[in-house]
Design a protein around this ligand. Sequence first.
Ligand code: G6P
Length: 362
Amino acid sequence: DANDIEKGTYPHFMLKEIDEQPFVMRKIIREYQTENNELKLDQNIRQAMNSCDRIYIIAAGTSYHAGLVGKEFIEKLANVPVEVHIASEFSYNMPLLSEKPLFIFISQSGETADSRAVLVKIKEMGHPALTITNVPGSTLSREADYTLNLYAGPEIAVASTKAYTAQIAVLAILAVDTAKTKGLPLDFDPMQELAIVANAMEVLTDQKEAIEDLARKYLHTARNAFFIGRSVDYHVCLEAALKLKEISYIQAEGFAGGELKHGTIALIEEGTPVIAIATQENVNYSIRGNVQEVVARGANDMVISMKGLERDTDAFVIPHVHELLTPLVSVVPLQLLSYYAALHRDCDVDKPRNLAKSVTVE
Ligand code: G6P
């Protein structure tokens, strides 16, 4: 059928979409740059970013996880406070808003009903809204004041991969652009760093066999799996766990490394897979400590670290990229890990049970 043609030589859309990520990064670099290598963004969006006193990011699922990473960029680079909210929670339990809020809706499809419910409410209240989406003509795009396009191309697999990394890249560009218009100091060239990310992603998508081996070794018969990380690695853990749950049906959770001892560590048994992400220098020592704690209780540990921070016993090392942008790269082996875990467990990778690509009911 038509789907088989679009898939080309790939067995699944998910694998194809994982592989497309370096190209999407390069596309985003091109689309958000002028001929003079300046950042290209609508002046109205610049103005909205500059005149707000707080940003409220609203999203669901994987897009929510991208929002958590986006908060880091916007707060650290552009110096604007950011709250990230699950759309379905926000609509029934609205937090106290600041005086001049700006709402950012992140949605691959632009059709998620939970997010739309929030958009309708905040428009009634008269607040400005920016939608970051892969589908420019979508409902969330049409009904918001401004739109930023992800340029990821159609995402068919239910489990989102390339939209997540595209969302993070666009949020990084938005944050850098805001920092620049505000005249805040910036010690790196965002487009150059994203180009390094694209190359790193390519290195990783060329290492499928190694990751397939890890999936076989750690997840083939696992009942559950835990992802641990600190700081921005923790956000990636949440996404990695969601990916694994969605397509392999392994019960998976992402935890903040330091929170383990406050309860979760009770779940560790002999052989429990614990996947740790270590890409941040300032927490490298402490996450390593957390790994030792779970290993002492029998966990089967798999550390995914970044070049420069690695230790001999790490299972997998990703190339070095700018420390703010590591989620774009660390997520790739984790997407592949979920893919191969699901594949070897005979799951329907592209169409997992009970899930829809876009949920248009509240
Ligand atoms: C559904 C999909 C998820 C997605 C979420 C939000 O639940 O299965 O993969 O992350 O919706 O979708 P959106 O299109 O708003 O990003």
